[in-house]
Design a protein around this ligand. Sequence first.
Ligand code: NAD
Length: 493
Amino acid sequence: MNQDRIDALRAVPLAPFQHVINGCRVSASDAGVLPVVSPVNGTTITTMARGTRKDAISAIAAAREAFDNGCWSEMAPLARKKVLLKWAELIEANALELAVLGVRENGTEISMALKAEPMSAAATIRFYAEAIDKLFGEVAPTDPAFLGLVHREPAGVVGAIVPWNFPLMIGAWKIGPALAAGCTMVLKPAETASLSLVRLAELALDAGVPPGVFNVVTGEGHVVGAQIAESMDVDVLVFTGSGATGRRLLEAAAQSNMKRVYLELGGKSPNIVFADAPDLDEAAKVSAHGIFRNSGQVCIAGSRILVERRIHELFVEKLTAHAASIKVGDPLDVTTQSGAVNSERQLRQNLQFLEEARSLGRKVIGGQQILQESGGFYMAPAIVADTARDDRLFQEEVFGPVLAVTPFDSEEEAVKLANDTRYGLAAAVWTSNLSRAHRMVRKIRAGLVHINTYGGSDLTIPLGGVKQSGNGHDKSLHAFDKFLDLKTAWIKL
Ligand code: NAD
């Protein structure tokens, strides 16, 4: 990565961002705008359209028309694939520009953002594009007097509502399989991470995605997002974000057309370290990375370390050393390892969790706010070395660089503590005992269990939660299940 090029891109003045609806850039219907405040220095870098319900309705109408007229859903799979591959190529060609734009808005360190955002989005769109012409229907093994054909049909208009961490990566996890399946989409980005998704929609048009197939409406959740959730014309709703919003979306679906709702929600993922871990230094290093990268704003962050009591003190020392070595600061400096917290509100929330831990007498290491000359929202990684199971920090997602550590005495207790929250997104187990590793995979209630590693999985494996971490899966070929309906033809021969 070239620092000079990044510095040049960060200085580019940004024109106001508009919605992309039906192939056109359009302002909000009442021409309202929202300021885009950069967490890098706390200044307003541009504005974006403050979407209204009317804007969402017009985007949904465009997606409905594009779906119903068959311009995309009935396009030959090979032709659809060609357009999507072109889109992936354009994303890659503009990767650094997209990455810097995203970092200016959401504060993720560029050292991670380039790969995790545009490059990952391009790879995702390419992955699903390449799969389009490898999906077959079925011929059922029926009574020979009949023929049972099972078709897979695009499900229709998809509403996608996405969060502010990794907007391109998470957006592409929805966009890739939905558009490859032949669906059309209205996407609402988060208020603090919209710009790169608007740019993505502009590139889609350049690639030849027909007008109305992929629409982006920016604005507030309770306005634009709520309209999408309540719409009678949206067939499937896919969401990544908080449990509180997920609950509202389920209610809205129930009150409207009972659209299918797939939720990727939060987590409080346990990272369990046994004394027989193959390499404690490696476990501490990877575990620190597993919570502190992107300032802890990662859905699968290993935010609770459960550690066997006899190595508790030693392991906290190792974690502390790794946390202290993380370079926090300007996310557009290529050497930075942890960038800015997404917003001032999120920073206050993170610090509040630590204040509470201190008031309970817990041992809090690090976690101070870091004031930069340039302004912006920064904090040092924090470890709370003796978190108890009833602490809010043990039970609730912080979504910040705050690690709760809790000791355990037996495998049984580790399982109990691991499963003792309402979440079930990810987990990890560090052990040299193969049988124990497999036992733990079975007993931990989570969608993803790592063994002797944390994070870094690829596109071929599904990601989804159990319990209140959600339902349905992003990534892998299973993601198609959300966007393809099965239709049976039962034919008397
Ligand atoms: P959030 O729920 O506040 O917002 C997510 C999206 O929902 C935003 O676009 C927002 O504008 C919209 N929204 C808010 N209120 C709405 C309403 N009433 N109706 C419709 N839409 C509404 O979540 P967030 O703070 O942006 O994101 C952080 C959360 O996302 C964390 O809990 C994190 O764990 C979760 N997350 C989960 C995954 C996963 O794969 N499981 C991945 C990333 C983030």
